[in-house]
Design a protein around this ligand. Structure first.
Ligand code: DX5
Ligand code: ZN
Length: 226
């Protein structure tokens, strides 16, 4: 079982984009640990969000780490741009190109933490030979592209496998997709310590709800040690 700290990473994919700055400030004030930034290209995933210019504009709003999830292929050409736009952690998909190790080197060359995401059908074993080169392993618990989807139950088995592969290495195990207070305990017990949540935090886009929602996920996740 991991002893790494629990981190709650609200996904601004579910923010009200017409008030993006306010929404980032509100989630910071509500107790978020990271800002999860979903970058989609309409090619790797069937949706498009925004690019480094928009991200840079909200970077000024908060000092919280920016956890940038690149759902783009190829990714390498854009790593430097997102680093300059203020990313702290840059996560690429293992499925996004043939040269994952090169992508990780490119992220490290920018002085950023390197993450790898795996889609629901991708085995954990695909990371066996790069595990010492990563800072964060992201298990997608939905098919990437949209917020508000249902958690795929098989992800619990996958998280256990990922935790076993990580062992005692100082690597965060992040989960993304369909996370809520209802499943955060099971997900934490399976080994995750970074919890992305979009619709279960931002749903309704009422800033007054954000702190109790973050607290509810944190409380459920923290019972892993009970
Ligand atoms: C999906 C994104 C997620 C998304 C999660 O492709 O990577 O970060 O915002 O949204 P929820 O928490 O609503 O499933
Ligand atoms: Zn994401």
């Amino acid at each position: 079982m991991t002893t790494r700290p629990i981190r709650i990473a609200p996904s601004i994919l579910s923010a009200d984009f017409s008030r993006l700055g306010e929404e980032v400030a509100a989630i910071d004030a509500a107790g978020a640990d990271y800002i999860h930034v979903d970058i989609m290209d309409g090619h790797f995933v069937p949706n498009i969000t925004f690019g480094p210019l928009v991200m840079a504009s909200v970077r000024k709003i908060t000092r919280l780490p920016f956890d940038v999830h690149l759902m783009i292929a190829p990714a390498d050409d854009f790593i430097a741009a997102f680093a300059k736009a203020g990313a702290d952690i840059i996560t690429v998909h293992a499925e996004a190109g043939p040269h994952l190790h090169r992508s990780l080197q490119a992220i490290k060359a920018e002085g950023k933490k390197a993450g790898v995401a795996i889609n629901p059908a991708t085995p954990v074993s695909t990371l066996a030979h790069v595990i010492d080169d990563i800072d964060l392993l992201l298990v997608m618990s939905v098919n990437p592209g949209f917020g508000g989807q249902s958690f795929i139950a098989e992800s619990l088995n996958k998280l256990r496998q990922a935790r076993a592969l990580i062992g005692n290495r100082p690597i965060d195990l992040e989960v993304d997709g369909g996370i809520s207070p209802d499943n955060a305990q099971a997900v934490a017990q399976a080994g995750a310590n970074v919890f992305v949540a979009g619709s279960s935090i931002y749903g309704g886009n009422d800033a007054a709800t954000y702190a109790p929602r973050i607290a509810a996920i944190r409380s459920a996740a923290s019972t892993r040690l009970a």
